[in-house]
Design a protein around this ligand. Structure first.
Ligand code: AMP
Length: 307
């Protein structure tokens, strides 16, 4: 599974990414984490990124694209990955598209965590307080001033990606204001629907299989498309059940008068492919079976009375 997590700073991308990693056995590729590691290790990239990151600006595209391109080549990313913090701009998204294409890989979904911006400041403050309490190093860009700049940068540079992935029918929007657990459940539900809707396409026979193409499944609201697909897949089963129940009834009712013809009628739906096979000579036999059944039902209903 290959995913993108979209959302402003403080939306909970990191937390949800960790959970997705465990659930799907994929790797989380966070450009922010990788850049911070580069800064800490004082690599060439780190030295270039350090001041930009501290001020809440965006590191040049060629640096982050280079990092991602190298990283998804590594064996641990073969089972899939979740991109957190990348792409952050439309040019980065376009670069990712061509990168994936050149590697023969496909993106499954872009999951947007939509949050109320006014709540973000409180969230980030709470995160800083918790980290300080645990004795962890607080990120130098986790200050109200830098956060405002990062939010502004999200709005102008990253938010257009919502439209970008919606156009590509890859966007899944989740209400990020719910509790962490609820957000996780919702993400899991939607992703499961997408994956399930993609799989049975090959199994479902006839028309419904054509209707449930993978493209439709990842429509603007993949979850609803997936549900639609599930309904479509169920329809033929329902019809088959109905017809299978009705056919013998008809045969029984009419068989007393014109058994031969009715038997033919009763088996008609079979030829349309709507039912499972009903008996070849149902009319007479069914009448006998019904008689027998009636007798045994009568006996059965009498028994408890005796007791
Ligand atoms: P994050 O941890 O995702 O909030 O990223 C922290 C900082 O790293 C950002 O404020 C940027 O300075 C830089 N950064 C992370 N990802 C990118 C990216 N895709 N493009 C440009 N800069 C990035």
């Amino acid at each position: 599974m290959r995913l993108i997590l979209l959302g402003p700073p403080g939306a909970g991308k990191g937390t949800q990414a960790h959970r997705l990693v465990e659930r799907h056995h994929i790797v989380q590729l966070s450009t922010g984490d990788m850049l911070r590691a580069a800064v800490a290790a004082e690599t060439e990239v780190g030295l270039k990124a350090k001041d930009i990151m501290a001020s809440g600006g965006l590191v040049p595209d060629e640096i982050v694209i280079g990092i991602i391109s190298d990283r998804i080549e590594l064996p641990d990313a073969a089972n899939g990955f979740i991109l957190d913090g990348f792409p952050r701009t439309v040019p980065q998204a376009e670069a990712l598209d061509s990168l994936l294409k050149s590697k023969g890989l496909k993106l499954d979904a872009a999951v947007e965590l939509r949050v109320n911006e006014s709540a973000l400041l409180n969230r980030v403050e709470a995160r800083v307080a918790q980290m300080t309490a645990r004795g962890e190093t607080v990120r130098i860009d986790d200050t109200p001033e830098v956060l405002s700049k990062r939010l502004a940068s999200y709005r102008t540079s990253t938010e257009p990606l919502v439209h970008y992935y919606s156009e590509k029918r890859k966007l899944v929007t989740i209400d990020g204001m719910m509790s962490i657990e609820e957000v996780t459940l919702e993400i899991n539900r939607v992703l499961a629907a997408i994956m399930a809707a993609e799989k049975p396409v090959k199994k479902v026979a006839g028309k419904s299989a054509k209707k449930t193409s993978a493209k439709k499944v990842t429509a603007v609201k993949p979850e609803s498309a997936a549900v639609k697909t599930a309904k479509l897949a169920k329809k033929p089963a329902k019809k088959a059940k109905k017809t299978a129940v009705k056919a013998p009834k008809k045969a029984v009712k009419k068989s007393a008068k014109k058994p031969a013809k009715v038997a033919k009628k009763a088996t008609k739906p079979v030829s349309k492919g709507k039912t499972a096979k009903t008996g070849k000579k149902p009319a007479k036999k069914t009448a006998r079976v019904v008689k027998k059944a009636a007798k045994s039902t009568a006996k059965a209903t009498k028994k408890p009375a005796k007791r």
